[in-house]
Write a protein that binds this ligand. Structure first.
Ligand SMILES: [Zn+2]
Length: 400
């Protein structure tokens, strides 16, 4: 029931032959209606909140266990990123209701309307609204067609002035739990279908400009050069070396531009980016300091200037230890060795931790591929994920 529903959802797209489903579009409306129907069929009361999240609730006493993930996609996306967590949670609720094992506490399933940030360049809009941290300033952002977010929300049939009503109070939510594909190769390499996430890694991004001296490739002797690209290359390797020295830490130089690059010119100016992530903020801070020192040393030794600017800083979101313990018990109950791994990718939990303790279950995906049509998981792994999630719900104890 899980994979067929994911295939049904994947058919709702703005582009023929490839899956693209963006925020506040007719496709969102159709996907939301399909999901709402499944929620109702599972026995839940369903509503769409002021930011377009579809929320199903199986009523009960006390604060709710909130399960969820997102229903929007990147362009030319896979069909599991986000949707798997929503569809699996609904399946678990339906099975518990049928089997007569529904819990006494309320269970909510949320299909977040926006997580990827594709249309307006602002991510986590659905979960930020639920967490009460939605920044109204983003309503003035425009998409590629010049439509403001405010206009788009209005055309969708919602009132941007009402977004505050989507916010939930901490007392209403016992915990937020998300099942998601790993989007990386760690579980596959370990031979495990599921894993317990320890934290959503924080990230720092930098832009570096290396200023050397351009010159003639034929006339300037090697010992008299101030080659900006050679200095940048040494810096790139310093990032790789430092981040490779510790588990959990990752660092990437994803863009590098040589100004006025030519075959016969010594590079005078190079610009590159660095993306550094770690599950613990202190670990990332140490690595960033070391890398900046290494770049300064390279620049000094080569007689070039390196100007470093931080352009992004997002703190890590640790998963709650009490939720990790319960997730690991549920993984063990499925006969799987419980592996803890950080999430290098961002998720709705980043926003939800402002209003609730968070936990995450990862499901293995083929080759670690994600944000691509070839994203895939096996039916057996989807079923193992569902068994783990259902066991977790059925045995959930607040704070235990
Ligand atoms: Zn996702």
């Amino acid at each position: 029931m899980i994979l067929p529903r994911l295939h049904e959802l994947a058919a709702i797209t703005a582009e023929d032959g490839r899956l693209t489903r963006l925020f506040m579009t007719p496709e969102q409306k159709r996907a939301s209606a399909l999901v709402a129907g499944w929620m109702a069929q599972a026995g839940m009361a369903v509503r769409v909140d002021a930011i377009g999240n579809v929320v199903g609730r199986l009523d009960g006493q006390g604060p709710a266990l909130m399960l969820g993930s997102h229903l929007d996609t990147v362009r030319n996306a896979g069909r599991y990123d986000g949707m798997l967590g929503v569809v699996t949670a609904i399946a678990c609720v339906e099975r518990m209701v049928k089997a007569g094992t529904r819990p006494r506490f309320p269970v909510e399933v949320v299909g977040f309307s926006e997580e990827e940030g594709v249309r307006f360049g602002a991510a986590l809009l659905g979960s930020r609204a639920v967490a009460g941290t939605f920044d109204p300033a983003v309503l003035d952002r425009v998409d590629a067609d010049g439509v403001t977010m405010r206009e788009a929300i209005g055309r969708f049939g919602l009132d941007p002035a009402m977004i505050g009503t989507a916010a939930r109070r901490r007392e209403e939510i016992a915990a937020y739990l998300e099942l998601h594909i790993e989007q990386g190769p760690v579980l596959e390499a370990a031979g495990l279908p599921v894993g317990c996430v320890s934290a959503i890694s924080g990230a720092g991004r930098f832009e570096v400009v290396v200023q050397g001296a351009a010159g003639h490739a034929g006339t300037v002797p090697m010992g008299q050069r101030r080659d900006a690209l050679a200095a940048a290359a040494e810096s790139v390797l310093a990032v790789e070396r430092r981040c490779g020295a510790e588990a959990g830490l990752v660092g990437t130089v994803g863009r590098l531009e040589v100004a006025d690059g030519a075959t016969n010119v010594i590079p005078g100016r190079v610009r590159f980016t660095m993306d550094i992530r770690a599950p613990e903020d202190a670990q990332r801070a140490r690595a960033e300091a070391d890398i900046l020192a290494a770049i300064a040393a390279v620049a000094h030794a080569r007689g070039v200037q390196a100007l470093v600017e931080r352009i992004y800083d997002m703190a890590a979101a640790p998963c709650a230890p009490w939720l990790m313990r319960q997730i690991e018990r549920s993984i063990a109950a499925a006969g799987v060795a419980a592996l803890r791994l950080p999430s290098g990718a961002g998720h709705d939990g980043l926003a939800m931790r402002a209003v609730a303790d968070i936990g995450m279950i990862f499901v293995r995906c083929a080759g670690g591929v994600s944000h691509h049509p070839s994203e895939s998981i096996t039916e057996a792994d989807a079923e193992t994920g569902a068994r783990v999630l259902q066991h977790f719900i059925e045995n959930f104890e607040v704070g235990a």
